[in-house]
Ligand binder design. Structure first.
Ligand code: CP
Length: 340
């Protein structure tokens, strides 16, 4: 039987009651589920720029397994877990015994024996988080913190929270994602989330070599020119050039890229006057974005980072709750079996 990517993704992510048990991808999750994540994240914001502490994960252990570098994602997962009163372990992969030949599966089993409850995983291979979720024992939740070119679902959800809080919703929005779409796990997760949440139009803008080959399947409008692509957009999301994921030289050079696709004040003149400017970070000033735009009045780049804590708190809390509910259902079936 052939299952679509979306169906496979949702099957692994949800328990029998439709609750989140792993968070691997925005693809395949319902509007109701994405909205629940946003509402839960909102509940952690105190309305004064702060984030509430809630001891929902006291006694639980969150392990950060980052096989690729990270500043924002790893740190905000750590802050989020601590705000929920979890114990947090950051496994230093470069100093781990994988360098002595230990397989990923053996490493996971050993970490499970140290009473992990959640693995937060970043890996260079697309599908790594799905693989890990399919291997771990049932009480462990796996959260994808970015896998290859495939997905970065918590980044997409913090971007959705930023848009919802600053634009009020999705229905009337035209959103442009600019730059290296082809190699971007952020763009893929954002496109699935924006479609599910009902954005009016999603555009991707970039040179042909950096645009997705499957854009018709993705349901986005493609522009190779910034002036037409940015016209009347409500949200402009610039992306980092993913040099580490390019198989060959797909770009003439960073200064030529900036000359054609850099997000500048001049280019933004055709966008909506209140355009929201976003970037997942890390930003390369003078390559993807002009400093005056990154630091300007329409920029939400640092707000995105702050909302990332609340979104990651929501995802950690929801996946652990989903795992506990799944375990309780298994135990009650065992007890019913014993009673018969
Ligand atoms: N946006 C993002 O994933 O940033 P980091 O690589 O610093 O985690």
């Amino acid at each position: 039987m052939h299952l679509s990517h979306a169906h496979q993704a949702s099957r692994l992510q949800l328990n029998d009651h439709g609750q989140l048990r792993h968070f691997l991808s925005t693809e395949g999750l319902s509007r109701e589920m994405l909205t629940t994540i946003l509402d839960r994240a909102d509940s952690f914001l105190d309305g004064h720029g702060g984030i509430r502490n809630e001891p929902l994960l006291a006694g639980r252990t969150v392990m950060n397994l980052f096989f690729e570098p990270s500043t924002r994602t790893r740190t905000t997962f750590e802050v989020a877990a601590k705000r929920l009163s979890a114990d947090v372990l950051n496994i230093d992969i470069s100093k781990s015994s994988t360098s002595k030949g230990e397989t990923l599966r053996d490493m996971l089993w050993n970490l499970e024996a140290m009473t992990a409850d959640v693995f937060v995983v970043r890996h260079g291979a697309s599908g790594a988080a799905h693989f890990i979720a399919s291997q771990v024992t049932p009480h462990i939740a796996v959260v994808n913190a970015g896998d290859g070119r495939h997905a970065h679902p918590t980044q997409a959800m913090l971007d959705m929270l930023t848009i919802r809080r600053h634009a009020g919703g999705f229905e009337n929005l035209t959103v442009a994602i600019i730059g290296d779409i082809r190699h971007s796990r952020v763009a893929r997760s954002e496109i699935h989330a924006l479609q599910t949440l009902g954005a009016k139009e999603i555009r991707v803008i970039g040179p042909r070599t950096l645009l997705p080959r499957d854009f018709e399947e993705l349901g986005v409008n493609v522009f190779e020119d910034m002036t037409t692509g940015l016209r009347d957009v409500d949200v402009a999301i610039a992306l980092r050039i993913q040099n580490e994921r390019m198989e060959s030289a797909l770009l003439p050079g960073s200064s030529e890229f900036y000359g054609l696709y850099g997000l500048t004040r001049e280019r933004l003149k055709v966008a909506s006057p209140d355009v929201l400017v976003m970037h997942p970070g890390p930003i390369n000033r003078g390559v993807e974005i002009e400093s005056e735009v990154a630091d300007g009045p329409n920029s939400l780049i640092l707000k995105q980072v702050n909302y990332g804590i609340a979104v990651r708190m929501a995802v950690l809390a929801m996946t652990v709750e989903g795992q506990l509910a799944a375990q309780a259902a298994v135990q009650s079936r065992v007890l019913e079996g014993d009673a018969q």
